[in-house]
Design a protein around this ligand. Sequence first.
Ligand code: NAD
Ligand code: UDX
Length: 472
Amino acid sequence: MVIKEKIEKRKQICCIGAGYVGGPTMAVIALNCPDYDITVVDINKKRIKSWNGDIEKLPIYEPGLSEIVHKTRNKNLFFSNQVDQAIKKAEIIFMAVNTPTKQEGEGKGMATDLSFVEDCAKRIAMNSESNKIIVEKSTAPLGTAMRISEILQTNKMPINFEVISNPEFLAEGTAINDLQYPDRVLIGGEETKNGNRAVEKIADIYRNWVSDDKIITTNLWSSELSKLASNAFLAQRISSINSLSVLCDVTGANIKQVSRAIGADSRIGDKFLEASVGFGGSCFKKDILNLVYLCKFYGLDEVSEYWHQVVKINLYQKNRFVSRIIENLDNNIRNKKITILGWAFKKNTNDTRESAAIDVSTRLLKKGAKITVYDPMVSKESIIYDIKENFKDQMTSKFLSKIKFSDNILSAAKDSDCIAILTEWDEFKSIDWSKVSKNTSSLFIADGRNILDSEQIKNSVDKYISVGNSKF
Ligand code: NAD
Ligand code: UDX
């Protein structure tokens, strides 16, 4: 009896969405908050099965994640497909579902598709029998919290819903560290008595491991905008440095030197100034396009165009990289073998969404090249999925027949006409190029991540191009 009462008193959190945000975020909350029971639910049965399966094969690869899941799973962290049941018993419900760019209808290609968020809100409305705090963890356009509130009002029971915005700032590959030691936790709520109380309840969760000075509270609109703006600022820095890399390539400047000189100014700082083949990931492009769309919606065309340029430069950078490969292969890549080293959008993740490798490979295939891919963490199935998605119905099978997969660098690089480095995996930084060159007639490296030492590499390869260093 005593035990039963104790169990009933435990605070119940539900998180809808067991993806790259829901999984790691709830694992870290579970680790730091032993008084809470956390149930992460998803409609994707395969994903939940995998969260409950072999600890070494969780659906998401993040350094440090499996250790935390190992400590908390089935103690105060649970993964389940029973969405309605978890909603019913929770006092606090995080929504960490996907918010992709709309593929059809008004705002197609720019605005955010809120259907997953709206489906969750409807499900919460249908299944709630007690007061609940709904936490918008997903990145969503301004006004989404109000839209969620509207949907929740369809529940006619005498209960209270408070909607809070608590955007997530983790970056993949460093998610656990970012969650354990966040720069800030942002919590936005309605400026009412109930709103303030709900904000405090969410802040109390984080206070278990985050100091008060890092917890920022705002109104709902500011919180929603701050998330979009943070991503836009980060991506803007990459597009800014990438735009300068173009100038470096046509002059004698070296982007690494320029980057270092700019970043040494403490007002600017040295982060996010690494020139590359272009940024990828599920967030930057979609969130900036969302911002662009919102500005347009409010008639702010100049502001909209300003941010749009960040995405346009990114596409330009990826295309430019492909063009430079083709130029260096005598403007003809038909049936030439190009080795793609790295498919993930950055190192230390198995996520490939919007990875530069997808666009670069698609363009190379369309120009007639054959490609062989090696990535230490991304499965062959994921790569095939990405290619199919990118080509849609345009003769996918023809292009798929031109892709090979390899489980090691040496075999991937054998007889290659060009080796393109597209992810900055550590193992690519220390390749023994003399071994690679034994199996190629001429060794041409296109370093899309500037990870190799250009001075050293020129002695062991026939041709080397990087981003923003015209000398090579
Ligand atoms: P994800 O696609 O990995 O995970 C979302 C999950 O939600 C999926 O498993 C999906 O099956 C599930 N889902 C969708 N609708 C559902 C429903 N009605 N009921 C139950 N489950 C449902 O996405 P993600 O990368 O975790 O991103 C989630 C949100 O967090 C997005 O809004 C994204 O912009 C934001 N975000 C992502 C990152 C990141 O690095 N990935 C960082 C910060 C913020
Ligand atoms: C980003 C934000 O950093 C994070 O705060 C937000 O919550 C989600 O979106 P993420 O996309 O996971 O995180 O990774 P990030 O480290 O930001 O890298 C995004 C892309 O930019 C990667 O392709 C990365 O390789 C590229 N990048 C990053 C550069 O090209 N140059 C840089 O200097 C930094």
